[in-house]
Design a protein around this ligand. Structure first.
Ligand code: 5GP
Length: 195
């Protein structure tokens, strides 16, 4: 097991409905040293790519992306979630359905912070059905920027997002991929990764 898988086993809580709670170290209380290790790992996996910007989505992606950005020496832009969109031409927009909240949000990024010169690493905490990522990819495409890669903390491998994104040809690096989890006994099985 790698460092993130070990931490998930130690502190993650499997909930009914295929939800993994990791709020003691990842997306409520945040373990910054763990994020730093994640950044180190992404830096290895995306070595040689001309990444000059990190894109994430509020709220839980922001903490991780900020620490990861130290390893790429570049700014972080986060897509903002909003119910109403004011289409004044100043924003890139996409629709994102939330897995956890079961609602649809518009996400927006100002045109001032993303453009054709950008080589983007997308970072997020979870990958489930891939809606959040597809929204972020759409925004990068609208900007005429390039997706250089996607770094995820925890991929739920039994949901379809990972396969969809990999089939589209993106370099998707998930530090922990869960194959199965069981709320009745808390057991979690990971996909083996030769990294
Ligand atoms: P997707 O858009 O890929 O279906 O879901 C990704 C988003 O849903 C993530 O940004 C994350 O906030 C949330 N999410 C999906 N599955 C889980 C889960 O099992 N636990 C938690 N805490 N968040 C999840």
């Amino acid at each position: 097991m790698n460092f993130l898988e070990e931490r998930i086993v130690m502190d993650g809580i499997v909930k009914e409905g295929n939800v993994l709670k990791v709020d003691s170290f990842l997306n409520h209380q945040m373990d910054i040293k763990l994020f730093d290790k994640m950044g180190e790992e992404y830096a290895k996996r995306f070595a040689g790519k001309p990444i000059n910007k990190i894109l994430t989505i509020e709220a839980s992606g922001i903490g991780i992306a900020s620490v990861v950005a130290m390893h790429f020496d570049c700014p972080v832009v986060f897509a903002k979630k909003t119910q109403s969109i004011n289409l004044d031409g100043e924003m890139y927009t996409a629709e994102v359905e939330s897995f956890t909240h079961k609602n649809v949000n518009h996400v927006i990024v100002s045109k001032r912070f993303l453009g054709p010169e950008d080589h983007v690493l997308i970072i997020d905490d979870f990958l489930a059905n891939g809606c959040a990522l597809m929204g972020l990819i759409q925004i990068v495409n609208q900007a005429g920027a390039t997706v250089e890669g996607i770094g995820i903390a925890i991929e739920k491998g039994f949901q379809q997002g990972g396969q969809i994104i990999r089939n589209l040809g993106y370099q998707l690096e998930s530090l922990a991929i869960i194959e199965e989890m069981d709320a009745s006994n808390g057991e979690i099985k990971f996909r083996s990764q030769d990294k």
